[in-house]
Design a protein around this ligand. Structure first.
Ligand SMILES: C[S@@+](CC[C@H](N)C(=O)[O-])C[C@H]1O[C@@H](n2cnc3c(N)ncnc32)[C@H](O)[C@@H]1O
Length: 285
């Protein structure tokens, strides 16, 4: 038998040798998960039963093979809420919290207490569920093409005790866009990686679904099609909010301008990268 303390150091060292930068944090998360304790190192001398040790070393081995920590744990935090994650959904990123801030600001400034919101390309449902938590009277729709992801959205809505409308459909089809109308806000973090990005993915990202990543040769397919197709579903002067990749802001801004959106406003994420845009639909007579 080995003590928690000794095993912890062994795990950190295994991760370090395999180039995992966040070795201490990742090991701590695995220990917290397996011991189901917030501070598993408060009892450093306690012996770890052999079966637990084996489970921990297995997880560490998978992590050193590049498997994402979030999938190993099966859950991750987004905007302070817990979300189930698995290989069917993109792992929620802190960058995407910028979109949440954008929508909360829009609702606050414009006194929208019960907005009708559609989250397109919903994935784990992190955006839709978080918005419903933050704006309880909102009517929130989550639209997602992957049946398996839809199951995860349902789980996450339940886990966080919210009721949202979940639609299993292709956002690039006109009939899907026409199925929703009178929206105050459309929010979307679509797949936006280019072919080059896909060919040069970081190891961890290769475990995420490619349908969640690839946005066409230049990464902009979803912005072009959604902006055009979903315009009609928005109220006059309604808002659209997109997340995009580093360096895509000019192109996404131009797409919005061409489709008669105004007040095109960009925001930076916590790493100071221009990450999101919000814009309003010009009135249609
Ligand atoms: C970049 S992920 C974003 C997931 C989530 N909104 C988030 O921010 O973490 C894009 C999502 O779009 C979904 N998707 C891809 N093509 C789609 C389509 N044509 N219609 C609807 N959803 C689609 C993928 O399955 C994936 O869940």
């Amino acid at each position: 038998m080995v003590s928690r303390d000794v095993l912890f150091r062994e795990c950190v060292s295994l991760m370090d040798k395999n180039g995992i930068d966040s070795s201490y944090f990742d090991t701590l998360c695995i220990f917290q998960d397996i011991f189901n304790e917030r501070n598993p190192l408060f009892r450093p001398l306690e012996n770890v039963p052999d079966d637990k040790r084996e489970i921990i070393l297995n997880l560490v081995k998978r992590r050193t093979d590049g498997y994402p920590l979030q999938y190993l744990l099966g859950q991750w935090e987004f905007y302070g809420y817990t979300f189930r994650v698995n290989e069917n959904v993109l792992i929620p990123r802190p960058d995407t919290e910028t979109l949440i801030e954008n929508i909360l600001e829009i609702c606050g400034k414009n006194n929208l207490k019960s907005p009708k919101i559609a989250d397109l390309c919903s994935g784990s449902g992190c955006i839709a569920v978080t918005l419903k938590k933050q704006i309880p009277d909102a009517e929130v729709y989550a639209v997602e093409i992957s049946e398996k992801a839809v199951e995860t959205i349902k789980e996450n809505a339940e886990l966080n005790n919210v009721v949202i409308h979940i639609i299993n459909a292709d956002v690039l089809k006109q009939e899907t866009a026409l199925s929703l109308s009178g929206l105050d806000i459309i929010v979307c973090n679509p797949p936006y990686l280019t072919q080059y990005d896909m060919d040069t993915l970081q190891k961890e990202v290769t475990f995420e679904p490619s349908i969640a990543l690839f946005g066409g040769d230049d990464g902009l397919d979803f912005y072009r099609k959604i902006t055009l197709l979903w315009r009609k579903s928005l109220k006059n002067n309604g808002w659209i909010a997109y997340e995009f990749g580093d360096g895509q802001h000019d192109d996404v801004g131009k797409i919005l301008g061409k489709n008669n959106f105004y007040n095109i406003t960009f925001s930076r994420d916590t790493q100071n990268i221009i990450r999101t845009v919000t814009a309003r639909k010009q009135e249609e007579l």
